[in-house]
Design a protein around this ligand. Structure first.
Ligand SMILES: [Zn+2]
Length: 341
């Protein structure tokens, strides 16, 4: 944070930046902090003063020059203008929720930054700042930018924003894996790495601040699963056991060979409960990472196979954002994982 404050104070904060780091590590919070420093009317040494109108309006998420984009459900309207209106309304709703509770979970598995969100972003950027000298745009979970491949028009619009940023605009994207962004988008962003915190700090949080506090073996496991991320440590608790059980069942079905995974795929509800499907994939990914962490050392060939398996799960997770049938997705994944686990 001090380093970031130094950059802000020097006036060299990038116009297009990318905060990257593991999920839940606090990338969007850090981006908000930077936004507050940028919109602070005192701007003392690159840090928000915390008292001025600018600061308090950022912290209450009511600053008219702060535009925070988060993944939202894809607008249903047919008409382009109506879709943008719908996106704006959805975002306003999420912001209203975040004003109420400071702690928020992951976006729903199917939420995304659709073409409409990018159009809205363009519109916001074209406005003159309302009360500050500049506008700050945050695009959280930027890997959910579905526009990337499916809509060249929107991808170009986004590129244009990043390529020729208005002098009075700062755009910050947050992303867990920079590789998830199109190279053309990624190359226009100045990377800012957000590091995981220490296991000790996570342990401290889970055993004292968390409600209810974790103890014993459960605490050890959650520290391991958190991978230096408070967000992940919290989610690990609130995530449904259902997804965990489904992931366990799926992995043992895969181990049984084609008959096993085909049956498991067919048992998956075809179109309903897509959120369940993405939760299942997240749980599978978590289980493989846990295996890598606990048994991955020693046997190099096995570790390589598990890493490949993880990649396959990530591809399935990405495809799940589109319109792929979960049954088909699971069948393909089952086949992909053959021999890797
Ligand atoms: Zn201030």
């Amino acid at each position: 944070m001090d380093r970031l404050a130094g950059v802000i104070a020097s006036g060299r904060f990038p116009q297009s930046g990318m905060f990257s780091g593991p999920p839940g590590v606090g990338k969007q919070r850090l981006a908000l902090w930077a936004a507050q420093a940028l919109l602070c009317e005192q701007n003392s040494a690159g840090k928000p003063c915390g008292r001025c109108t600018g600061c308090s309006r950022v912290s209450t998420l009511t600053h008219p020059d702060l535009h925070w984009f988060v993944p939202i459900p894809r607008p249903k309207a047919q008409d382009t203008a109506k879709q943008v209106e719908e996106a704006e309304a959805s975002l306003a709703e999420v912001m209203a929720e975040r004003r109420e509770k400071s702690q928020y979970g992951r976006p729903d598995g199917m939420d995304s930054h659709s073409v409409s969100s990018v159009r809205l972003l363009q519109r916001k950027i074209s406005l003159t700042p309302a009360i500050a000298r500049k506008k700050v745009v945050i695009v959280g979970d930027a890997e959910r930018l579905v526009v990337q491949e499916s809509s060249p028009e929107a991808a170009n619009a986004l590129l244009k924003v990043l390529e020729e940023p208005a002098a009075d605009t700062v755009v910050m994207l947050t992303v867990a894996d920079p590789q998830a962004l199109l190279p053309t988008v990624r190359s226009r962003l100045v990377p800012i790495r957000v590091s995981p915190i220490s296991d000790d700090a996570v342990r401290q949080y889970l055993s004292t601040v968390a409600d209810p506090p974790a103890t014993g073996a459960a605490l050890d496991q959650r520290v391991l699963l958190a991978e230096g991320s408070i967000g992940r440590a919290i989610w690990a608790d609130t995530d449904t056991e259902k997804a965990d059980r489904a992931a366990e069942a799926f992995l043992s079905a895969v181990a049984k060979g084609p008959v096993g995974w085909t049956t498991a795929a067919l048992a998956q509800a075809p179109w309903q409960a897509r959120g369940d499907y993405t939760a299942l994939l997240d749980a599978v990914s978590l289980k493989i990472r846990l295996r890598l962490k606990t048994d991955g050392t020693g046997d190099r060939a096995r570790a390589v196979r598990w890493s490949q398996a993880l990649k396959r799960v990530e591809v399935a997770r990405f495809d799940a954002q589109g319109n792929l049938n979960p049954r088909l997705g699971l069948a393909v994944l089952g086949q992909d994982l053959q021999g890797l686990l």
